[in-house]
Design a protein around this ligand. Structure first.
Ligand code: NDP
Ligand code: GDR
Length: 392
């Protein structure tokens, strides 16, 4: 049985990857941080009784800032594969906690590589490093002749997060060259899912859309609506992480969809999923999104599938002309990455990677899950319980 160790197993990607590896028959070890409230929501469905001798998911307390702890865990589980997904991954927050981000996202990668080397596992253990399109920084002059970022495009990170991850990228490459280790960077462009953290822009939008439609929230605020991202589905991307470590040789790989979309268009698509057409008016910090029209049949069929409730909820249809989105400059970044678009040709041609989702199916998946989630919240609220916070 192959053994894998995942740092960041409690995050979006870690949870999907753990599912995938368990399905493939791996014994999966995961590192979770100790926190004052439980942080294992995304993997609770994979939990097995630790007393069961056949259980294949094992969790260890640990932290990427703690070299001794990492070395002990790697020594104990002797992994065939390590997926280093743990990171403080929020770009905007990295401007507030730059030293911590450098320590965890940058030096944390070194700690994993060095532990493997010191334990003499460099021939046995293959290492995947969660690298990122943030390395490119969206500099227009660095795109290739086809207008994309690929494995040969120069880097110019634009945040403490990007700068820390560039250290992670190069130290992974350096250990590969210096010690002949099977250590690879997956340069992944943005990937989302219903498990995406609530403060990343896509999930913030789908949650807010569902809450507004159900009357749990009046409006929401975003920063730069013009930013463009190459958004894929996390499930497709974790499959590629595994494929990278099964390749014949250790290399670095771009994973992307090859299409780019504005934040504004993502908002529009999310509202369209529940039958609401949005109109945008104004410019810059004065731009607002307001309800232009409602396809009542679609709206009712998604929000009130039980026809008995339809008449009652007709009165609660959102008002045409109502402003549901405003710009708040507090979400602007000191330095922004304006546009990202990746070229996944190498991954497709050499590893046969195919994405099963496009942006439309991603938005649909996220909206369906958030409508279900918010309907539960609405039910709790009706019963007198507190609804969850309107997160930033
Ligand atoms: P998440 O933010 O959802 O998950 C991050 C994980 O890292 C969580 O399990 C978190 O633990 C853990 N973590 C944070 N700090 C530490 C620490 N000090 N020690 C140990 N673990 C820590 O990120 P994603 O799943 O979206 O991303 C996975 C990786 O891929 C990250 O490295 C990210 O930077 C990178 N990446 C992500 C992309 C994306 O679009 N999603 C694109 C490109 C790269 P806890 O749950 O306790 O907070
Ligand atoms: P990003 O993702 O910075 O690309 O990093 P995020 O979803 O945070 O931002 C995408 C774009 O949307 C703009 N934006 C907002 N962003 C947030 N979070 N909140 C807002 O209110 C808002 N309004 C507009 C941002 O300015 C930005 O341009 C993600 C993370 O997963 C990283 O870990 C990963 O490396 C990269 O993707 C690839």
């Amino acid at each position: 049985m192959k053994v894998a160790l995942i740092t960041g197993i409690t995050g979006q990607d870690g949870s999907y990857l753990a599912e995938l590896l368990l399905e493939k028959g791996y014994e999966v070890h995961g590192i979770k941080r100790r926190s004052s409230s439980l942080n294992t929501d995304r993997i609770d469905h994979l939990y097995q009784d630790p007393h069961d001798p056949n259980q294949r998911l094992k969790l260890h307390y640990g932290d990427l800032s703690d070299a001794m702890n990492l070395t002990r865990i790697i020594k104990e589980c002797q992994p065939d594969e390590i997926y280093n997904l743990g990171a403080m991954s929020h770009v905007k927050v990295s401007f507030d906690t730059p030293e911590y981000v450098g320590n965890v996202d940058g030096l944390g990668t070194l700690r994993i590589l060095e532990a493997v080397r010191l334990l003499g596992l460099e021939k046995k253990t293959r290492i995947y490093q969660a690298s990122t399109s943030e390395l490119y920084g969206g500099m227009p002059e660095n795109k290739n002749e086809k207008g994309f970022y690929d494995e040969n495009s120069p880097f110019h990170p634009r945040s403490p997060y990007g700068v820390a991850k560039i250290y992670g990228f190069w130290i992974t490459k350096n250990y590969r060259e210096a010690y002949n280790m099977f250590a690879c960077n997956g340069i992944l462009f943005n990937h989302e899912s219903p498990r995406r953290g609530e403060t990343f822009v896509t999930r913030k939008i789908t949650r807010a859309t569902a809450r507004i439609a159900l009357g749990l929230q009046d409006k929401f605020y975003l920063g730069n609506l013009d930013a463009k991202r190459d958004w894929g589905h996390a499930k497709d991307y974790v499959r590629m992480m595994w494929m990278i470590l099964q390749a014949e040789a250790p290399e670095d790989w771009v994973i992307a969809t090859g299409k780019t979309t504005t934040v504004r268009a993502f908002v529009r698509m999310s509202f369209a999923e529940i039958g609401i057409t949005l109109r945008f008016e104004g410019e810059g910090v004065n731009e607002v999104g307001l309800i232009d029209s409602i396809n009542q049949e679609k709206y009712q069929s998604i929000l009130n599938p039980n026809s008995d409730q339809r008449t009652t909820n007709n009165e609660k249809l959102p008002t045409i002309g109502k402003v549901v989105l405003s710009v708040d400059p507090k979400y602007f970044r000191p330095t922004e990455v304006d546009l990202l678009i990746g070229d996944p040709t190498k991954a497709k041609e050499k590893l046969g990677w195919v994405a099963e989702h496009d942006l439309a199916s991603l938005v649909k998946d996220m909206m369906q899950c958030d409508v279900n989630l918010m309907q539960k919240e609405q039910y709790l609220k009706a019963g007198g319980y507190h609804a969850s916070k309107n997160l930033e």
